[in-house]
Ligand binder design. Structure first.
Ligand code: PMP
Length: 322
């Protein structure tokens, strides 16, 4: 679907998957005026197809659009795009017997106007593509190793950290290489001002499990992406007999409380993996083994059961597409 300044959204359509034409002077190629979302379609045992909290993805896309000076797509149009694509390509949604398989949906919006000046584009395109995905963990859930970068940060106050824009991910790639060079799988980013406060991973939010059954997660401060999985865990914690705190947590607290046994588990969460335990924390000059436990796995199972229709959806989170 296209957007033109003064006209709004127009010419919605469904076309076969294939390359798109982009003028070499299209604004997105030069100034990265682009945003995206990520969600999944799940097939339930009766064959119906559902998404998890797509209204939250629509709201986050609109929030990203405001930050990147792009036009907002209404929730209704966003949901319509999911329904149209998934109902047309139903056979691509894996069978419910496929473990944690699903159809990954990738909505995105970019500045398609042809000009080289720096200003918000007056022509924009929204597209939705999809791809079947297997479970995030092929051979069972495995803890990931984490690198604490003292070189790179992901977001600064007033920047685009709270938006889901491509530029944020481009900026995190060098940090990912740095992590790999140190034998780690993922990066954990700290705040840009003091390099002290824990923010998030490259594509996941972070939670700490304390010995007394409290979950702690960094607050939404403008420099982390407000994950839908994160928000869902906040809502579920009480029902699962866990307390939850959104508050700043420093790297010193992380290290000291893992060492003393006060922090019993640390996990990351996001649409792709749902929840992944963190197994080892490394930084310039040291490393620490993080214990793993049952709390992360229990929350993971609870979310998966809701998403795959095996547990009652008491929050009204599931949205039927087909
Ligand atoms: N933080 C970042 C930087 C991400 O890219 C993602 C994935 N969208 C998340 C957190 C988790 O968000 P969600 O739970 O909505 O997938």
């Amino acid at each position: 679907i296209d957007w033109t300044d003064g006209q709004g959204w127009h010419d919605a359509g469904l076309v076969p998957y294939g390359p798109i034409q982009l003028d070499p002077a299209a604004a997105v190629l030069h100034y990265a005026q682009e945003i995206f979302e990520g969600l999944k379609a799940y097939r339930h045992a009766d064959g119906s197809i559902w998404t998890f909290r797509p209204e939250a993805n629509a709201a986050r896309l609109a929030q990203s659009a405001r930050r990147l000076a792009l036009p907002e797509l209404s929730e209704a149009d966003f949901l319509k795009s999911l329904e149209l694509l998934v109902s047309t390509d139903q056979e691509w949604v894996p069978s419910h017997e496929g473990g944690e398989s699903s159809l990954y949906l990738r909505p995105f919006m970019y500045a398609s106007e042809v000009f080289l000046g720096v200003r918000p584009a007056k022509q924009v395109r929204y597209l939705l593509i999809a791809s079947p995905v297997g479970g995030y963990f092929a051979g069972g859930v495995k803890p990931v190793s984490i690198w604490l970068s003292s070189t790179y940060t992901r977001a600064a106050a007033g920047g685009t950290g709270a938006a889901k824009c491509g530029g944020n991910y481009a900026a995190s790639l060098a940090a990912q290489l740095e992590a790999q060079a140190h034998g780690c799988e993922q990066v954990c980013f700290l705040d840009s001002a003091k390099h002290k406060w824990v923010e998030e991973l490259g594509g996941m939010n972070i939670y700490f499990v304390r010995k007394d059954g409290t979950l702690v997660t960094p607050p939404v401060s403008g420099t982390i992406l407000e994950g839908i999985t994160r928000a869902s865990i906040l809502a579920l914690a009480g029902e699962m007999g866990l307390k939850v705190e959104e508050r700043p947590i420093s790297i010193d607290e992380w290290r000291a409380d893992v060492a003393s046994g006060e922090i019993t588990e640390v996990f990351a969460c996001g649409t792709a993996a749902v929840i992944t335990p963190l197994g080892r924390l490394s930084w310039e000059g040291g490393e620490l083994e993080i214990p793993t436990g049952e709390v992360s796995m229990k929350i993971r199972q609870t979310l998966l059961d809701i998403q795959y229709g095996r547990a009652e959806d008491t929050h009204g989170w599931m949205h039927r597409l087909v």
